[in-house]
Design a protein around this ligand. Structure first.
Ligand code: ASP
Length: 280
């Protein structure tokens, strides 16, 4: 069993050592809890569990503490995929709910697996999701300062369970101060993708991640015989051609975990039951 999580990027220039320590501690806590959960649940249940914990932590730009868009509103996007059913489900730009990853989970059982905007909002209401404002004082201050200092965020998880099934989940508040209607990579196969061979979750500038088809490309390369390291490396090399800003975490079917970034540094942690690695 293996698990790897991320909490977006850490920016040395705009975030303090104290925030770094808080993020490291939070990731350690969440990855340990999630690994314990994985011991008695499958990979899909576990990525939902881990991403919900990350959404509930205001330190990260997903769920509570999400960034605010140009019109002053918060819109959340999240997606989920597993290798067993090979099914992708997600929500794009949903408002006023606490955990978009739980809405993505509901959508797995529908005929229409990805919903956006108004449709996603009324679907959430029909499913009984309570009104919830994800805004924090810190994000409102970032918004007032045009979010120039907060850096990028997003959270994600890839897990491999004891039956060899992989699953991925990714959730975001977006890049901050974007135009209403802008679509993040996090609920697309560029930002969140898995098959029987590999699973990948991304963070960074959504436009670059979509242009580089990052998660889908890495997974396809591993499927076609690349090692996970080479698949990440070639995909990130290609991203240089567009000066792309991205980070990604992944696990292959053999349980090899990997993280790569185009710029320092992705906030991530991995755990295999023995060795706990946390970004420094
Ligand atoms: N990828 C997210 C987006 O562009 C932002 C992030 O990862 O920080 O919406």
């Amino acid at each position: 069993m293996k698990i790897i999580i991320h909490g977006g990027f850490f920016s040395e220039s705009s975030q303090s050592d104290e925030v770094k320590k808080q993020k490291q501690d939070s990731l350690k806590n969440i990855i340990k809890k999630s690994y314990e959960f994985l011991m008695s649940h499958d990979s899909m249940e576990t990525v939902i569990y881990a991403v919900k914990l990350l959404e509930d932590d205001p330190l990260f730009n997903a769920g509570i503490g999400s960034q605010i868009q140009r019109d002053g509103k918060i819109r959340l996007s999240a997606s989920l995929m597993d290798s067993e059913k090979n099914k992708f489900s997600g929500v794009i730009n949903v408002e006023d709910i606490k955990n978009p990853i739980l809405l993505a989970q509901y959508l797995r059982d529908e005929e229409d697996n990805v919903l956006s905007g108004e449709g996603a909002i009324s679907y959430a209401k029909n499913k009984g999701f309570d009104y919830y404002s994800s805004e924090t004082e810190e994000r409102r201050n970032d918004y007032i300062n045009n979010l120039k200092s907060s850096g990028v965020g997003t959270v994600g998880c890839v897990a491999l369970d004891k039956n060899g099934n992989l699953a991925v989940a990714t959730s975001t508040g977006g890049k901050g101060f974007e135009l209403p209607g802008r679509v993040s990579d996090s609920a697309t196969i560029a930002g969140n993708y898995v098959n029987k061979n590999c699973g990948v979750s991304c963070t960074g500038v959504g436009e670059d991640i979509v242009s580089g088809a990052v998660a889908a490309k890495i997974v396809t390369r591993v499927t076609d015989g690349f090692s996970i390291k080479d698949a990440f490396s070639k995909t990130f090399d290609e991203l240089k051609e567009i000066d792309g800003f991205a980070g990604a975490i992944g696990i292959d079917r053999l349980g090899q975990m990997y993280c790569q970034e185009s710029h320092p540094k992705v906030v991530y942690a991995s755990f295999d039951g023995e060795e706990l690695i946390v970004f420094e």
